[in-house]
Design a protein around this ligand. Structure first.
Ligand code: IPM
Ligand code: MN
Length: 367
């Protein structure tokens, strides 16, 4: 029997509650598809920091590196100054474990969960590949004369050819595999005639960020010919925001830098029904990857059994798929879709018509 060792960081606020449901559903899938999971729990987060003054002990990264996957609930604590836990846990793990891809599927499961007029599941089904190790998140910069009228603050976007190339390669490989060779319905007849099956859009700002996105643009042009079935496309980030609202059906796969990826995936999460369902994976295909719901720790809902666990459950589905249990991943997604369409009133916290635990039970039973 295949056995997987998976690290779990429940984290802060509602993180542990949604993680519990994700683990419950994963167990149901393991039972159904005949594999075993050993969960290894770690208590990193705000509570531990407040007690010990330590965000991540020095040994943590080395401990976590032994796992192929980490499941993360959420970090962020109302009594801890913003940035300490986010940078000290989430970003540190993304960087030190070289999780260079942040993968965020955007799928609408039910028309009524979408705030856009006249858009349904047939219009919203794309995936964002966000570069996850560089850009403005690299922390390059500094300040001069801080606290004086002459203060200067510099925050630089770091883009390396190696980092951009590996991100683009991941995105093109993903686009090539997507939809199993069946042409994506957004393609024009002439694209299909030319043998294209999927589309990859580079999201940038080549008209203003003429150093960073010049590098991205050239790297994109250089790699594209190696993928004859992928139609390559480009859009500025501001235009993408407009089109997510007006014509989300124009997108299939999108690749972008760290900061733009952060921003457009919050917008994308809203058109797919909100943070209650939006999931993501921080991937190092050769090392340790980390899966998480996109939402934060939602302190005001903590312990009330009202938060929506579907984003965490979907993240667990992505994790099992990534580990090679693709049937289990697909079964979890199908079970969430079924429960959304037959049981759940709304995807918003406190309005589901069921509690957090009950939604986990329903999805687990459907698996
Ligand atoms: C996300 C979050 C993080 C980010 C924060 C919590 C540091 O917004 O995963 O998108 O900016 O990447
Ligand atoms: Mn974000």
């Amino acid at each position: 029997m295949n056995t997987y060792d998976i690290a779990v960081i429940g984290g802060d606020g509602t993180g542990p509650e949604v993680a519990r449901e994700a683990l419950k559903v994963s167990e149901a899938a393991a039972c159904k598809f005949g594999f075993k999971i050993n969960w290894h729990h770690f208590d990193f987060g705000g509570e531990r920091f407040l007690k010990t003054g330590e965000v991540l002990p020095d040994s943590a990264v080395a401990d976590l590196r032994r796992f192929k996957a980490i499941f993360l609930g959420a970090v962020g604590h109302p009594q801890v100054q913003p940035g300490i836990l986010e940078k000290g846990i989430l970003l540190r793990l993304r960087f030190e474990l070289e999780q260079y891809i942040n993968l965020r599927p955007v799928k609408l499961y039910r028309a009524e969960d979408c705030p856009l007029k006249d858009k349904g599941p047939e219009h919203i089904d794309f995936i964002v590949v966000r570069e996850n190790n560089e850009g403005l998140y690299a922390g390059a910069g500094g300040n001069l004369f801080k606290g004086t009228p002459n203060e200067v603050a510099i925050q630089e976007s770091i883009n390396t050819r190696r980092g951009v190339d590996r991100c683009l390669k991941y995105a093109f490989d993903l686009a090539k595999k997507r939809r199993n060779g069946q042409p994506w319905k957004g393609l024009k007849p002439e694209d299909v005639a030319a043998g294209k099956t999927t589309q990859l859009t580079l999201c940038g700002k080549t008209n203003v960020l003429t150093y960073a996105f010049d590098l991205w643009w050239r790297a994109f042009q250089d790699i594209a010919p190696r993928y004859p079935t992928v139609k390559s496309d480009y859009a500025h980030v501001d235009a993408i925001c407009m089109w997510f609202v007006k014509n989300p059906e124009w997108f299939d796969v999108i690749v972008t830098d760290n900061m733009f990826g952060d921003i457009i995936t919050d917008l994308a999460a809203m058109i797919q029904g909100g943070l209650g369902v939006a999931a993501g994976g921080n991937l190092n295909p050769e090392g340790t990857s980390m899966f998480e719901p996109m939402g934060g720790s939602a302190p005001k809902y903590t312990g009330l059994n009202v938060i929506n666990p579907l984003a965490a459950i979907n993240a667990a589905g992505m994790m099992l798929d990534f580990l090679g249990e693709s049937q289990a991943g697909a079964a979890i997604e199908a079970a969430s879709v079924k429960i959304i369409n037959t049981k759940i009133k709304s995807l918003a916290a406190g309005k589901m018509g069921f509690g957090t635990r009950e939604v986990g039970d329903l999805v687990a039973a459907a698996v």
